[in-house]
Ligand binder design. Structure first.
Ligand code: F6R
Length: 336
């Protein structure tokens, strides 16, 4: 079995992972916060950080408190004893996340750790903090998005910040993905054939930006290629002006949602017209699903499948991320 085949198995298992993650979340114990929670901060990098971007988008219309994701070493000054602070790292050993975790403790925040093991779980056990241990053994944290995303919703639900409807929507998203899996794979193969030797540029609406980020990251890590993304309406006020000469190497991909406002739909049509005059190719995908959660998960699944087919087309191993390992090793050798 090649590594790329392994990643295909992991991608194919995403709908089942969502259901497994729901079972894990149902059994998780989260102790009540000592102080009222006025805001939430999530620390996580790469494949362990992207789940928080989705959660922030999903809970926007429901959560009474802001939900901010941080991807770096330092915390904002407002993290305090009225903050729910979530540390998310699949390995439990990512240095930026551990740095944030240590600051969570200094600030007296209500801490919850999400990891499969490593220093994070060790420290949570030692200090008697809340934690949810994710299933270990995956070669790729980015293939564990379902676990981290779902656990964050459970933490919020158990602390009374959101109801259970988003979790129900993830359950139905899983069924939707199973139902459309073969069609999604077919579409993914077509898109992969058009982008694998080009520079993909992904455009979507602000609410679906986490999908565009996920797609970019999967093209980077699985496909070993560059990619960029931007969102409508913001790109209408800047990047659009950059489309002025032929860009035959660029493959533009528009991710569409029936939930977008009429104004944004119109903006997207006009943007497509402008971009289509210059891009080497232009494709559009309409998300399936009845709500934001289903549509986002549908597009994530499509993105993941495209990325593994891109890896095949480019003749690269989808799992291998030697350069990230090299960077982490070099940092470790350099000491603190
Ligand atoms: C690897 C991957 C990376 C990691 C990131 C942080 O599959 O997706 O983006 O997620 O380097 O590592 P963890 O997830 O262990 O905290």
């Amino acid at each position: 079995m090649t590594q790329s085949k392994d990643m295909k198995d992991l991608v194919a298992g995403f709908p089942a992972q969502l259901l497994e993650a729901i079972e894990i979340g149902e059994q998780a114990n989260i102790s009540p916060a000592k102080n009222p929670i006025h805001k939430v901060y999530v620390a996580g990098m790469g494949g362990s950080g992207i789940g928080a971007d989705f959660v922030a988008s999903f809970i926007r219309e429901e959560s009474p408190v802001p939900y901010v994701t941080g991807k770096g070493y330092e915390l904002p000054a407002w993290v305090d004893e009225n903050t729910l602070a979530i540390a998310s790292s699949y390995s439990g050993n990512t240095e930026e996340t551990l740095s944030s975790f240590n600051q969570f403790l200094e600030k007296g925040a209500k801490v919850v750790c999400l990891a499969s093991g490593g220093k994070l779980i060790e420290a949570a056990k030692e200090k008697g903090l809340d934690y949810i241990q994710l299933p270990g053994g995956s070669p790729s944290p980015r293939a564990c998005l379902g676990y981290s995303l779902v656990q964050q919703l459970f933490v919020l639900n158990k602390l009374g910040l959101i109801g259970a409807s988003l979790i129900d929507q993830l359950r139905s998203a899983s069924a939707l993905l199973e139902k459309h899996q073969e069609a999604v794979k077919g579409r993914a193969q077509q898109i992969a054939a058009l982008i694998y030797d080009r520079l993909p540029v992904i455009y979507t609406s602000g609410r679906l930006e986490p999908v565009a980020i996920r797609m970019r990251q999967q093209f980077n890590e699985n496909g070993k290629m560059l990619c960029w993304h931007h969102v409508i309406p913001e790109m209408n006020h800047n990047e659009l002006v950059g489309w002025r000469q032929e860009q035959s190497r660029i493959a533009a991909l528009f991710l569409r949602s029936s939930l977008d406002s009429a104004r944004n739909q119109l903006r997207t049509e006009i943007t497509k017209e402008v971009v289509g005059n210059f891009a080497g190719s232009l494709m559009e995908v309409q998300a399936k699903g009845e709500n934001l959660v289903e549509q986002a998960m549908y597009l994530v699944h499509l993105a993941d499948w495209i990325s593994v087919y891109v890896a095949d087309q480019r003749g690269v191993d989808a799992i291998e991320i030697k350069v990230i390992d090299y960077l982490k090793d070099s940092l470790a050798k350099a000491g603190e």
